[in-house]
Design a binder for this molecule. Sequence first.
Ligand SMILES: [Zn+2]
Length: 320
Amino acid sequence: MAATGYAIGVDIGGTKIQFAAIAKDGTILHRHQAPTEAQRGPEQIMAKVLAGIEHTREAMEASGAPAGIGIGSAGQIDCRTGAVVYASDLLPGWAGMPVKRHVEEWFGLSVRIDNDVNVFAIAEKVYGAGRNYNSFVCLALGTGIGGAMVEDGRLVRGAFGGAGELGHVSVDFEGPRCSCGNNGCVELYASGSGIARLGREALALASAAGEQAPDWRPESREIIRAWLAGEPLAAQVMDRALRALGAAIAGFIHTFNPEAVIIGGGVAEAGEPFLAALEEQVRTRTSAAMRDACVLLPAYVGADAGVIGAAAQIWHYGDE
Ligand SMILES: [Zn+2]
C-alpha cells in the first residue's frame, strides 16, 4: 500500500465549500470548490460535502488513499460528537447535522471536524504566525468576528467545543443589542458588518448636519480604502472600530496572557496601517507586563487557511 502522504481538507462556509488534498507540509496538491447554496437546505450541503470529498479522492487516486478527512465548518461544532450544535442564518438548518458520522460512514476513513476559526488557529499554529508560540489568541475579522485560543499548544475548547466566541465579548454594556442577546459586542463595531454599521451612522449624522457626503458607501472595504486615503469621516469610523477592537483585545490579553494575538480575516487585509493603529489602541489599554509579553501579528496562512487547517487536524491535535 502506498504511503498516505496527504489528507483531504474541507472548509464549509456560508457562500462556498472548498475542498483540497493537502500534503503534510501544508502544500495544496489538488483543489476545487462548490457554491454552498445554503438556502437549498442542509441535506443538500451534506450531499455536496460527500461529493466534493469523493471528487478529491478520485483526483488523487494515483497517490493512494488519504490519511484522513479534516473538516472546518462555520457555526458551533461539538468536537466530541462531530455534530453541528449551532449555525447562524448563514447556514440555515445546519444545526444538528452529524457531519462527522456521515463522512465516516461514507468513506470509512478517520474524520475530524471543528469550527472554522479553530481550524484557522490550527493552520496558524502548524504553518503560520503561531509556529513559535504555545499560547496565542486568533481573531478572524470577517462579516462577524470569530476567535480561537491556543494554550500550551492546544486549542481551548470549553464544555463542548464552543469556547472562543470572542466577537461576542461586550465592549459597551449599554451599546446596541447583538444577535447573541448581549449589548455592545465587539463584533458590532470591528467586523466587516460592524464597520459598515458605524459607516451608516456616520453618514446619517453628517447628512443631518448638512455636511457634504464623502465619496464612499457604507461598506467595510470602501470605508477602509477611504480611511487609508485619509478621508476624515472614514477616519472617524475606523477610529471607533479600532478603539472597540483595542478594548476587546486588551481584555483578551488580560484574560489569557498570550504570547501573541494573531489577526486575520477580510478586515485585517487593510494591512500594516490597520495593525499599527490597533497596536496603539491595545498598548494604551493593557497593563505593562502583560502587554510587553505579547505581540500583535497578521495571520500568515491567508485565504487557504480553512482547507489547510482542516486537513492539518488529521496530523495534529490527534491526541485530543
Ligand atoms: Zn453578541
